[in-house]
Design a protein around this ligand. Structure first.
Ligand SMILES: [Zn+2]
Length: 490
């Protein structure tokens, strides 16, 4: 198996195979909560303000299922290449906790909305496959807040009733890098299909890992531990790495791995609780929500409304022969990927297409990474890019001038010619004019000219710079250099 960093173990890791499964919770992108009309976005709100009798679980209230949440869950299932159930229902999971005012959570037990599926995950220049067990809908609980040095806790129920989809995978990942790649793949699939905002910082997407190790060659899984609540791809990778090393070390020391739930403190996993007896949640069908029949017409309607799926975008980009690393650079920014698709469709000249794709995957990606970049300002269009490419091909702009214009175009819908003219970047290709400037510069710098004749190559750079200065940058440095060499070496 492939191992990344190894800090806490000297064990012969190739003797072991790791098995990692991931449970991922995503918050569905609805306007209101799963069973009431309270706002589903309380990021800017004061505690306990986006609540109502339904999500507070007051007696006598009735939940009403959010239709949009069901549609988004179906879309997510299609994006996971998984089967959407024809019959699905909700169940009560009974337990007591202060952030759960009803005393039960409405979830799905034996008839989840999404059944088995399979996701192909790209990794470096290869890919591997992860099987999806199921995905089910449920409501989120509230949040407990523990004020520092206080001897009490506070309950904020803004999050109670938020619609979640829990996506459960088989333990098909065998290295920390694979775990991270799968988490990232889920993120982009959900982002493209629009099922969730997948805002990791605000907990829109959370990962629980199941990790076990077994002697390589054995077909019996080892005892697994569960690591709760990772909120970044990097933490998924690091927690898996740490936990695999910890378990191998235990086995090497002749100890046993205990089945338990662990936390992650950004450095190491730590024991949260040992697995109690199989918890009895006394699941039973939710009596206040009738079972759902998702017939063919309903599913066809959802399919028709689907935006382009990540798999489609990736497939189309790949069909053009674009390198894997460039494809992934585009995919990281969905709007850039969509622009890339349009470029590939509309720009037919191969040289121009390559030039534009190069800009998109290097210069533009770099500009979009700027901290203060705001996607609301993104203005780049295929028309602009085509014109800029033509100006470059016609030597009206050298490559650094083209990049300057491109930098402006990212947030401005103006034409590249307008921008280039304003910045006086258009270079003169009038041979006579360039030649007279070159002659003048040679005449004014006899020593440098002699150095070039004597074969001192540094001097040519100096003279080229002088010509560029004299022409205010509006000549092509390569043409100038060629001309200087020609004149001084004849
Ligand atoms: Zn409510």
């Amino acid at each position: 198996m492939r191992r990344d960093r190894r800090s806490n173990s000297q064990a012969p890791e190739s003797d072991y195979t790791a098995d990692i499964g991931i449970e991922c919770h995503i918050q569905l992108k609805t306007a209101s909560k799963l069973f009431c009309s309270c706002s589903n976005d309380s990021r800017q709100e004061d505690p306990n303000t986006t609540v109502c009798p339904v999500c507070l679980g007051l007696p006598g209230t009735l939940p009403v299922l959010n239709k949009r949440a069901v549609e988004l869950a179906m879309q997510a299932g299609i994006a996971l290449n998984a089967r959407v159930a024809e019959h699905t229902k909700f169940d009560r999971k009974n337990y007591f906790y202060p952030d759960l005012p009803k005393g039960y959570q409405i979830t799905q037990y034996d008839q989840p909305i999404i059944g088995a599926g399979e996701v192909a995950v790209p990794l470096e220049n290869d890919s591997f496959s992860v099987r999806i067990v199921r995905a089910h809908m449920e409501e989120d609980a509230g949040k407990l807040v523990h004020p520092e040095s206080a001897d009490y806790s506070l309950v904020d129920l803004n999050r109670a009733g938020t619609p979640l989809l829990e996506i459960v995978s088989q333990p098909d990942m065998h290295s920390p890098a694979q775990a991270k790649a799968y988490a990232r793949e889920l993120y982009y699939r959900m982002l493209y299909v629009g099922a969730s905002d997948v805002d990791l910082y605000h907990g829109n997407m959370r990962f629980d890992l199941n990790v076990s190790v077994r002697p390589s060659g054995s077909d019996r899984f080892g005892t697994r531990t569960e690591i709760k609540n990772m909120n970044s791809f990097r933490n998924v990778e690091r927690a898996a790495d740490y936990e695999i090393g910890r378990q191998i070390q235990l086995l090497e020391n002749g100890q046993l791995v205990t089945q338990e739930t662990r936390g992650w403190d950004e450095q190491k996993t730590y024991l949260m609780r040992e697995k109690e007896e199989a918890e009895d949640y006394r699941y039973f069908p939710e009596p206040d929500i009738p079972p759902l029949e998702l017939d063919r017409s309903k599913r066809e309607q959802v399919e028709q409304e689907l935006p382009p799926l990540l798999t489609h975008v990736r497939h189309t980009l790949r069909a053009t022969g674009l390198e894997q690393t460039k494809i992934e650079a585009l995919i990281n920014q969905p709007r850039l990927a969509m622009l890339g698709l349009s470029v590939l469709e509309e720009i037919t000249d191969p040289a121009s297409r390559d030039r534009i794709v190069n800009w998109l995957t290097s210069e533009v990606v770099r500009l979009l990474r700027a901290e203060d970049f705001d996607w609301d300002d993104f203005a780049l269009s295929v028309g602009q890019l085509g014109e800029l490419s033509d100006m470059t091909a016609d030597d009206e702009l050298n490559s650094s001038a083209a990049k300057q214009v491109l930098g402006e175009m990212v947030t401005s819908p103006r034409s590249p010619r307008q921008i280039a003219e304003e910045k006086q970047l258009i270079q003169t290709s009038d041979a006579g004019e360039i030649e007279s400037i070159v002659d003048q510069v040679i005449q004014n710098n006899p020593q440098a000219a002699q150095d070039v004749r004597d074969g001192k190559s540094k001097a040519i750079g100096f003279l080229t710079g002088e010509v560029m200065k004299a022409s205010q940058g509006q000549t092509n440095p390569q043409i100038v250099k060629d001309l200087l060499e020609h004149k001084l070496n004849q």
